[in-house]
Design a protein around this ligand. Structure first.
Ligand SMILES: Nc1ncnc2c1ncn2[C@@H]1O[C@H](COP(=O)(O)OP(=O)(O)OP(=O)(O)O)[C@@H](O)[C@H]1O
Ligand SMILES: [Mg+2]
Length: 227
């Protein structure tokens, strides 16, 4: 397996947090993993060009020098739906460009953790959405469930959509975005019962300034490496 595609129940569900935690765990266990954010909307201008926070977080989490445009080939300034950001920039997102960047990253590293944008059905261009991008990269999917009221419905619908595209849902992560969520354990149990794929782990709520660096291996990645 050359990579994992991290999607989520929604924007803001914790794809970047989980991707970074995955990268740190993989690297701590000796896997030369690197992150990729193929399409990002929301960026700031720097001397080196446009930079997106998610792409930068993935680069920091992997902790190895990498060519930014390979990590984030499509970066748009406004934090709006990516197909609209691309349209207003006069750019057409081309999956072949992303495939090439993915291959280039994969040549230098053992595994690429690819963070999607928004959720599974987010449009990227005419006839292309996140699902299509994932399929074009032929990657197994990790679904991040942002644990909040309504997440069961979002998680089940997303899992159904992933299956309908013929992609492989290799596992899911429960991300505790809301420290005050009522019935957290019961919700987790319901997700375990109803999602076909294994739960790779629970990423606990992290208060400001804390990192999970000290937490040893929050995820059980056996399912990912068995395939
Ligand atoms: N386990 C957690 N504990 C505390 N805060 C969290 C946790 N997971 C996510 N967050 C916070 O919630 C916000 C959204 O998380 P994150 O950026 O990882 O989501 P995302 O799915 O990557 O969003 P996007 O769709 O913008 O890429 C961030 O401010 C992040 O720090
Ligand atoms: Mg993100």
């Amino acid at each position: 397996m050359k990579g994992l595609f991290v999607t989520g129940t929604d924007t803001g569900c914790g794809k970047t947090e989980v991707s970074c935690a995955l990268l740190r765990q993989l690297r701590d266990s000796g896997v030369d993993a690197i992150g990729m954010k193929p399409v990002a909307s929301g960026a700031r201008q720097t001397a080196a060009g446009w930079r997106n926070e998610d792409a930068e977080a993935l680069i920091t989490a992997a902790g190895v020098g990498v060519d930014y445009p390979l990590v984030n080939p499509y970066v748009f300034e406004p934090a709006i739906a990516p197909h609209l950001a691309a349209q207003s920039a006069g750019v057409t997102i081309d999956p072949a460009v992303i495939q090439q960047a993915f291959r280039d990253l994969g040549r230098g590293h053992e595994l690429v953790v690819v963070e999607g944008v928004g959720g599974w059905r987010v449009p990227l261009a005419q006839g292309l959405d996140v699902a299509g991008l994932c399929m074009s990269l032929r990657l197994p999917v990790v679904l991040v469930v942002g644990m909040r009221l309504g997440c069961i419905n979002h998680a089940l619908l997303t899992a159904e959509a992933i299956a309908s595209n013929g992609a492989e849902l290799i596992g899911w992560v429960a991300n505790q975005v809301d420290p005050a969520m009522a019935c957290f354990d019961e919700n987790l149990e319901t997700l375990r019962e109803r999602l076909q794929a294994p739960c790779l782990g629970v990423l606990p709520y992290r208060s400001m300034g804390e990192t999970w660096r000290g937490n040893t291996a929050p995820f059980d990645l056996t399912a990912c490496f068995d395939t």
